[in-house]
Design a protein around this ligand. Structure first.
Ligand SMILES: CC(C)(COP(=O)(O)OP(=O)(O)OC[C@H]1O[C@@H](n2cnc3c(N)ncnc32)[C@H](O)[C@@H]1OP(=O)(O)O)[C@@H](O)C(=O)NCCC(=O)NCCS
Length: 179
């Protein structure tokens, strides 16, 4: 029998995930600023994307998620969900701007943000349509394709350039359980 023991998972710091209230609510902008702060740190300072491209036309209408440590309320992660309509007029959701600050990676915060977004997608889709499956699309940077695969995303089509970096379209379908 081997005496090797699997490494224990890191102790996960206490945290909260907030779904931002809609634009116009008094808490929206301060919380959005915290999401944008994480995105600038990760996508602009760490990965070198341009600040101009970081904020796009979807930000004002998207649903933003903010992950903060407790009790400090330090913002360390974010993700964004946007309801879209394809060229056939069919609705789908887009997952984008997933980021966790570098010192806080591998605590499963990325997973928690994706699962929180999936929960929101399901609730939103149940309220606004009568379909049983809802499509979610992510444009994955190439090195993190296998991260998205863990949550049911499959590659669709060829790699393409987005904001100056190669990306891969990844798609999953979430099942809506209706009572
Ligand atoms: C991608 C990112 C959000 C992952 O966040 P994280 O909190 O470190 O990931 P988690 O700890 O939740 O990892 C969940 C699972 O994915 C795996 N994983 C984490 N990072 C990964 C990566 N870069 N590539 C492949 N798998 C990865 C983990 O091993 C874990 O697997 P397990 O559950 O089987 O043990 C984070 O690395 C990040 O912010 N990267 C920079 C920004 C970025 O590239 N965003 C994606 C834009 S498309």
């Amino acid at each position: 029998m081997s005496d090797q023991v699997a490494p224990a998972p890191p102790d996960v710091p206490d945290h909260e995930i907030i779904i931002l209230p809609a634009a116009g609510h008094r808490n929206h902008q301060p919380l959005l600023d915290q999401c944008l702060g994480v995105r600038v740190e990760v996508f602009v300072h760490e990965q070198g994307f341009s600040l101009d491209e970081e904020f796009d036309k979807h930000d004002p209408t998207a649903t933003h998620f903010l992950l903060r440590l407790l009790p400090s309320k330090l913002a360390i992660g974010t993700i964004r969900g946007t309801k879209m309509v394809d060229s056939n007029g069919d609705a789908y959701y887009k997952l984008s701007r997933l980021a966790v600050l570098k010192p806080y990676r591998r605590y499963r915060f990325g997973r928690d943000l994706v699962l929180a977004l999936h929960g929101w997608v399901k609730e939103d889709a149940k309220c606004s349509s009568n379909v049983n499956l809802v499509k979610v699309v992510a444009h994955s940077q190439i090195p993190v394709r296998s991260f998205y695969s863990k949550y049911g995303y499959l590659q669709e089509g060829d790699e393409f350039d987005e904001d100056g970096a190669p990306h891969q379209k990844m798609v999953t379908y979430l099942s809506l359980e209706r009572n």
